[in-house]
Design a protein around this ligand. Structure first.
Ligand code: ADP
Ligand code: MG
Length: 242
């Protein structure tokens, strides 16, 4: 369970998150929508301890992100996939995927490699285990980024605009992988501009507006009444994204 209560986050004098309260249960697929600058990435960074809090609390399965000694365990449970892949260029695909499970989780190499091959197969890249990131397309890199996150067997998968740097065709390949994951019961917190896709895969939508939660409701309800269920600001946002 992810439990966020009255979370505040500032950069200098600017308050970016202004009292966010949010609970996400295991198995949920939640899409976080909102205009650029509304605080989506900051919220994700707070969830895996990459950004400290200035107020309120954020617990992951009861572990407190503001306690440094709980961060290690939190990062095992929450794996993040970023917009810009962040693969290690000097490591092969297989090494990129197996590095953290071996080094951080202390697991056996042979076992982790077998799992990595299974993940690669799942995303349609079984034949690229020995390739280097520089030899892959953007869509392939991002599918490897997802494998790398999943290799940690996280309880929560955080995805921050993972298709924003991709052209439409590559976006499609990555979204196919994510749709399969969503169906498999993986808990996903999905920041995206792909509104139609968010609507298709998530059970719930959280809409951030200037650092506050403006809507948090089941997907069907969010998109009712031609979008924004009557909330003018949200309706305007959705119209612009179409
Ligand atoms: P989103 O992901 O919704 O586009 P962000 O969380 O990236 O929004 O940013 C929210 C606000 O916080 C923006 O105004 C942004 O400029 C600011 N911000 C984000 N990260 C930093 C930082 N490291 N230092 C200063 N300001 C930041
Ligand atoms: Mg962002």
């Amino acid at each position: 369970m992810i439990e966020i209560d009255q979370l505040h986050k500032k950069f200098g004098d600017t308050e970016v998150l202004k009292g966010i309260s949010l609970t996400i249960a295991p198995g949920e697929v939640v899409s976080i929508l909102g205009a650029s600058g509304s605080g989506k990435s900051t919220l994700m960074r707070c969830m895996n301890g990459l950004a400290g809090l200035n107020g309120g609390s954020l617990l992951i399965d009861g572990l407190d992100v503001s306690k440094p000694r709980e961060l290690r365990e939190i990062r095992k449970r929450c794996a993040t996939v970023f917009q810009h892949f962040n693969l290690y260029p000097h490591l092969s695909v297989l090494e990129n995927i197996t590095l953290a499970p071996i080094d951080v989780l202390g697991r056996k190499k042979a076992e982790v490699e077998a799992e990595a091959f299974a993940l690669l197969k799942q995303v349609g890249l079984a034949d690229r285990a020995d390739a280097y990131p520089g030899q892959l397309s953007g869509g392939q890199k991002q599918r490897i980024g997802i494998c790398r996150a999943l290799a940690m067997q996280p309880r929560y998968l955080l995805l921050d605009e993972v298709t924003s740097a991709l052209d439409p065709e590559m976006t499609g390949e990555v979204l196919d992988v994510l749709a399969a994951l969503a169906r498999s019961g993986t808990t996903m917190i999905f920041v995206t501009h792909e509104i139609a896709f968010a609507r298709e895969i998530s059970s719930r939508i959280v809409f951030l507006d200037d650092g506050v939660v403006r809507a948090d409701m089941p997907t069907d309800r969010f998109f009712a009444e031609d979008g924004g269920y009557g909330d003018e600001r949200i309706a305007r946002f959705l119209a612009k994204m179409r």
